[in-house]
Design a protein around this ligand. Structure first.
Ligand code: GDP
Ligand code: GDP
Ligand code: MG
Length: 382
């Protein structure tokens, strides 16, 4: 098995793993909320979980649980091919532009580099990172006599790998096995894919044989809690929740208490990303952390910041805000399947020096991958 190991490869496949995305449209509304909105959450959002409805509507005999299909441990799909598919859009747009570079030219000159610079910027690599790449390439081109299309591709690939590998040098790949429970807090603005990523992570850990418990500390809307409940049910893990509007730190407290007394291995805490300024954000996150630390010293052991890869420069801004408000240990970059802006992974790791640990390439339960710089670049240049 290669270094890049897709979560799918160690875990079973589920057929109907598409998460319900009823809340999708409402999510953006929250980005504009005011203090008032926080104090008076909208009641109309108090949806029933889809599960509740189904139960009520079905005749009793249909409520018997269906025999569980035997988990398939080996997936037929090559994990690499699903990564390739997930990055298709970015790849297509990047390479079609890259091949146009050489139309009517045979070697790398100043014009080619200028255009390459533009391509990188338009792929959301970010200005600082683009300049660094172009500088490095310029130096190398001036050292080598003849640089044509395939040489440029090779150099570019090497430079991109170097940047990603540098940023990921110190990543803690695996939770320490003697830390139990191992506590993960997931942060990020609303709509980036926190809850979905938690569902996928819970699935991954569960299939590694871990006893997983989730905490619904995003208490802003009932729908947010319900969404996490749906994931917990689907994966078959425990969830600690309170009413909508309750104190997120109190939910975290309850969750860690249960985790400790019932000997869970992994705790994953969902949070709200609705805090519209840095002071609020900092206060909220440090309160949650303070409470956690009381029950399990040094927790959370890991803080994952989730960023929506399709938002390009916005993701940069969020990464800056969050990393200055709390200690972010690693990033999960989601929705890379739906965007041609996958270059954002590059810029973020380079500029913020926060390792990218996971990438999300779809809405399915298995669509979360460990991010491995080498495989990412390979897939990108294939
Ligand atoms: P096992 O054979 O299923 O026990 O797999 P391991 O947990 O030993 O992991 C094997 C390899 O997968 C490691 O060397 C890592 O490269 C990779 N891996 C495992 N867990 C993680 C993780 O949390 N993040 C990342 N990025 N890679 C991981
Ligand atoms: P949260 O507000 O941060 O908790 O975000 P959610 O987990 O509710 O996700 C918002 C939307 O993004 C949902 O419709 C998810 O299905 C979708 N989503 C999350 N991750 C991915 C991904 O990797 N790819 C795609 N295509 N959609 C995703
Ligand atoms: Mg959520």
């Amino acid at each position: 098995m290669g270094v890049f190991k897709s979560i799918k490869s160690f875990f079973l496949e589920k057929k109907d793993s598409k998460p319900p995305s009823k809340e999708k449209k409402e999510e953006n509304v929250d980005k504009l909320e005011s203090d008032e909105a926080i104090k008076a959450p909208k009641i109309k959002n108090k949806l029933k979980t889809p599960g509740e409805k189904v139960l009520k509507d079905l005749p009793i005999e249909k409520l018997k649980p269906e025999p569980k299909p035997k988990p398939k441990l080996e997936s037929k799909e090559d994990p690499k091919s699903s990564l390739d598919k997930g990055l298709e859009k970015t790849k297509k747009s990047f390479f079609s532009k890259l091949s146009n570079l050489f139309v009517g030219r045979s070697k790398v000159d100043i014009d080619v580099l200028d255009e390459l610079e533009e391509i990188l910027i338009r792929s959301d690599v970010g200005v600082e990172t683009t300049i660094k790449i172009i500088d490095n390439i310029e130096t190398r081109v001036s050292e080598e006599k003849y640089v044509g299309k395939s040489e440029l591709n090779k150099i570019l690939k090497e430079e991109i790998s170097k940047i990603l590998e540098d940023a990921n040098l110190n990543i803690n790949l695996k939770p320490s096995t003697d830390t139990k429970p191992y506590v993960i807090m997931v942060v990020g603005v609303n709509g980036v894919g926190k809850t979905t990523t938690i569902g996928k992570l819970a699935y991954a850990y569960k299939n590694k044989g871990k006893k997983v418990i989730l905490g619904a500390s995003d208490t802003f809307r009932a729908a947010a809690i319900n969404q996490l409940q749906v994931w917990a049910d689907r994966v078959g893990v425990n969830l600690v929740k309170q009413q909508m509007g309750s104190d997120p730190a109190s939910v975290a407290y309850d969750t860690l208490k249960s985790a400790k007394s019932q000997q869970f291995d992994v705790v994953i805490i969902d949070t709200a990303g609705r805090l519209h300024n840095k002071v609020n954000l900092m206060n909220e996150l440090s309160k949650i952390k303070r409470v956690m630390d009381k029950i399990i010293p040094d927790s959370p052991h890991e803080v994952i910041l989730v960023l929506d890869g399709s938002t390009g420069q916005n993701a940069f801004e969020q990464a800056k805000q969050f990393s200055s408000a709390t200690d972010v240990s690693s990033l999960a970059i989601t929705k890379l399947d739906g965007t041609a802006k996958g270059g954002v992974v590059l810029g973020i790791s380079h500029q913020l020096k926060i390792p990218v640990k996971y990438i999300g390439i779809g809405e399915k339960i298995t669509d979360l991958k460990f991010f491995d710089p080498k495989t990412f670049v390979e897939s990108f240049f294939k």
